[in-house]
Ligand binder design. Structure first.
Ligand SMILES: C[S@@+](CC[C@H](N)C(=O)[O-])C[C@H]1O[C@@H](n2cnc3c(N)ncnc32)[C@H](O)[C@@H]1O
Length: 209
């Protein structure tokens, strides 16, 4: 999945050139490395040491000097030490993360996130424990001191003509879905005549009150 153009446009509209950004749950740095040439400084944090090593390698290959990556549990550690003016979280969103962003940001500063929406892969009959609907994300933001400015669902429903096309649409997901039981529920959905696969994310921008 590529980065959502709508999400990137919302970030750019913040006037980010002079900002210090903290990218929470950065993985291999997909968003962090997009941000680096566009901001003053960016820190990517993730608990996956292999992902952090790969992110560092990519940043070095891109000759970026204003980016750093650290191995951190973002649901346990506080963010203040990086003094962010903006916090981003791309497909790594939880109440604990919103709470920590609320403590690290000053009034007027922004939290921008892409979260899994509850309709993501609804054909598998299982909602991710990281998924939010609009009301729940708004509630979490308000509790932790944010005024939501944008909460939008980006939804993409792929439709197919046959079971085979449905299986092909889920290629790359099978291993993960086999582990948690979603694969067999998806097969049952296809066998019962289901012919869709839904991807759904929440695009969120909120300002610290
Ligand atoms: C779906 S990936 C998204 C990675 C990246 N933001 C991107 O969009 O490519 C979720 C990431 O969140 C990280 N993550 C999940 N829980 C975490 C935690 N408690 N502390 C640090 N990282 C966490 C995972 O290691 C993983 O790299």
């Amino acid at each position: 999945m590529s980065l959502s153009p709508r999400f990137l446009a919302l970030l750019a509209a913040e006037g980010i050139e002079a900002l210090r950004v903290l990218d929470v749950g950065c993985g291999t740095g997909r968003l962090t490395l997009w941000l680096a040439p566009r901001v003053k400084h960016v820190v990517g944090v993730d608990r996956d040491s292999a992902a952090i090593q790969e992110a560092r390698r990519l940043a070095s290959a891109m000759r970026l000097s204003n980016v750093e990556f650290h191995e951190v549990d973002v649901e346990r550690e506080e963010y203040g030490r990086w003094q962010p003016d903006l916090v981003t979280a791309h497909l790594c969103v939880s109440d604990a993360i919103i709470e920590r962003a609320g403590r690290a940001l000053a009034p007027g500063q922004c939290l921008a996130m892409v979260a899994i929406h509850v309709e993501q892969w609804k054909e598998t009959g299982r909602v991710s424990r990281f998924a939010y609907d609009e009301a729940r994300i708004e509630g979490a933001l308000r509790i932790h001191g944010f005024a939501p400015e944008v909460i939008e669902v980006e939804r993409e429903v792929t439709r197919f003509a046959s079971v085979e096309e449905g299986l092909a649409a889920a290629v790359g997901l099978e291993d993960r879905w086999r582990v948690d039981g979603r694969w067999f529920r998806y097969i049952a959905f296809l066998e019962e005549g289901g012919r869709t696969l839904t991807r759904a994310h929440l695009i969120v921008k909120a300002r610290r009150s």
